[in-house]
Design a protein around this ligand. Structure first.
Ligand SMILES: Nc1ncnc2c1ncn2[C@@H]1O[C@H](COP(=O)(O)OP(=O)(O)OP(=O)(O)O)[C@@H](O)[C@H]1O
Ligand SMILES: [Mg+2]
Length: 143
């Protein structure tokens, strides 16, 4: 069976004026469906760059990134928008919550662009935040 996620010889070069930064220099890995995977490496090793490519938020310079049989490196901007919206979930290091909306409103906002969204209040209850639905992000703990 083919791997669910497959990076093949992925290179990412950031250009900053005259200088080029080789953020990824030929990355190969596979993740099988259902596998729990952790990416570990020194600061600057390219972890965020890999996740940004896999999350459809950045593009690669060469190589291929295949998810469930589709090469996301060949997607158009429009296809990547649909991919981010429907196919991939992403928790940012700095959350990207809307600061002046409550916890409930933040989840409701995301639910508006989902297909078949779950009930926002029910989901917050399931993760133990039933008492915190009316709190703003600044009033919640990070985790
Ligand atoms: N937008 C960018 N423009 C230029 N260089 C970048 C950009 N983003 C990342 N880099 C460079 O690419 C390399 C990989 O960065 P990346 O952020 O992927 O590392 P990381 O493994 O996530 O590091 P950390 O553990 O510190 O989060 C680094 O040399 C970084 O300086
Ligand atoms: Mg990082």
């Amino acid at each position: 069976m083919a791997a669910y996620v497959e990076f093949k010889n992925v290179k990412k070069i950031y250009k900053m004026g005259e200088t080029q930064i080789n953020a990824l220099n030929g990355v190969d890995f596979e993740i099988n469906k259902g596998e729990f995977c952790v990416i570990v490496g020194a600061s600057g090793a390219g972890k965020t760059t890999i996740l940004n490519i896999l999350g459809g938020m950045d593009t690669l310079t060469s190589g291929s990134a295949v998810l469930d049989g589709t090469d996301i490196s060949k997607m158009t901007k429009r296809q990547l928008t649909a991919y981010r919206r429907y196919d991939v979930g992403f928790v940012f290091q700095f959350y990207n919550l809307v600061q002046n909306l409550t916890a409930l409103e933040n989840v409701e906002l995301a639910a508006q662009i989902c297909r078949d969204p779950l009930n926002a209040a029910d989901v917050l209850k399931q993760v133990g935040l039933s008492e915190r639905m009316k709190n703003f992000p600044a009033q919640l703990s990070g985790g």
